[in-house]
Ligand binder design. Structure first.
Ligand code: NAD
Length: 353
């Protein structure tokens, strides 16, 4: 083995424990802050109000407008509210959409962020912000985007609906899977990727049967941290690029798109780097693509893009957009092979590898 890598961890404080979200207040003070604005989606507004009430004088208000793909106009509304309330930090309570809003605010103002994740998206441990303006989604990376504190409390995920748990878990597995062959991977990201995927392979089948199983919920959230950390360290390839195209240009839902595409993109790349993707076969059984497909099916994941509003004729344009800009990928990409891969994912076919 020849080792040749660079390793740049991010300076996030990660706190992981059942019940840890009860300890948000001391972290606000540790950051030197006194006026927190609690962020949520409209769907989690009541949870945000309850958290703000528990924070007492340390919370100056809530903003419950976070939404998928981080629209710039929502960020501007949240910034205006933060300024009006003289907030000196945000507490982002929710999934990737809420985390995205806090990151977008920090990107512009450097406001401190405490994130309390309630899904497995993993955004809280990446320096990546995807945001949309006039229908165009762009991605930026910056140290300013990295949250200062992440508080993982498995208790907050006990009620995450099973369908969302499954697709969000597969979204996390996708971060780890692409980490196995990324140009800029390192031994730490590879270890974390394998451990993270194994955690989900064990936890998701239990969650499907017993959604409030505390041990499985803990394991899945641990997997989310690991897989998210991998994403935060590596450059994304085919899988994330295609999902970005489908979500950005065809408005397909984020986690479901990742869940459906994962067996196909990983199966495609397995032809080029079977040895790097061998851990996926070890964890899920079979070949990497088929093992992931069978696992996704066994936990009730959606399998076909056609079930999410994408028409067969959209696939030509999707293949064209996804191959327009070059990026690193272990297997060379051409429009015809990506069109074939998309056809299989559209129809919900088991991938060939
Ligand atoms: P989400 O944050 O949009 O959540 C989906 C819905 O589930 C929302 O209504 C939310 O309020 C609700 N919800 C969240 N947790 C819940 C819980 N425990 N119980 C009940 N309902 C709950 O979905 P997501 O998949 O977590 O995040 C998707 C977004 O995150 C996308 O915009 C994606 O681009 C972004 N993302 C970014 C990164 C990154 O590194 N930048 C990584 C992953 C995802």
């Amino acid at each position: 083995m020849t080792l040749d890598f660079s390793y740049q961890p991010h300076s996030t404080r990660v706190v992981f424990a059942s019940g840890a979200s009860a300890g948000v207040a001391p972290w606000i003070e540790t950051l030197g802050c006194r006026r927190a604005l609690v962020l949520t989606t409209p769907q989690q507004a009541a949870d945000g109000e309850a958290l703000a009430a528990r924070l007492g004088a340390l919370a100056v208000g809530t903003f419950a407008g976070a939404t998928m793909h981080t629209p710039v106009d929502v960020t501007e509304q949240a910034l205006a509210r933060a300024a009006a309330l003289q907030a000196d930090c945000v507490v982002s309570l929710g999934g990737g959409s809420t985390t995205g809003l806090g990151k977008a605010m920090a990107y512009r103002t450097d406001i401190h962020q405490i994130v309390v994740p309630t899904t497995y998206a993993g955004s809280e441990v990446t320096p990546i912000l995807g945001q949309t303006e006039s229908g165009i989604k762009t991605t930026v990376r910056s140290p300013k985007i990295v949250p200062e504190v992440v508080i993982y409390d498995p208790e907050l995920t006990l009620g995450l609906p099973v369908a969302m748990s499954v697709t969000s878990g597969l979204n996390a597995i996708a971060h780890a899977a692409e980490g196995l062959y990324a140009d800029d991977r390192n031994p730490i990201t590879t270890m974390m990727a394998i451990e993270g995927m194994r955690a989900f392979a064990e936890a998701l089948p239990v969650i499907v049967e017993t959604p409030r199983d505390a041990e499985a919920r803990e394991k899945a959230l641990y997997g989310a941290w690991l897989c998210g950390t991998v994403l935060g360290q590596i450059s994304m390839s085919l899988h994330h690029k295609i999902c970005h195209t489908l979500g950005g240009s065809f408005d397909t839902p984020h986690a479901e798109t990742h869940a459906i595409m994962l067996p196909h993109t990983i199966g495609f790349n397995a032809a080029a780097v079977p040895e790097l993707l061998a851990p996926i076969g070890d964890i899920f059984g079979g070949t990497p693509g088929q093992g992931l497909y069978d696992f996704a099916k066994s936990v009730g994941s959606p399998l076909a893009l056609k079930d999410f509003g994408l028409t067969e004729s959209d696939l030509d344009r999707a293949a064209e957009i996804a191959t327009r800009n070059p990026y690193a990928n272990p297997r060379p990409i051409d429009r015809a092979s990506i069109r074939t891969l998309l056809q299989d994912a559209w129809a919900g076919e088991r991938p060939p590898l």
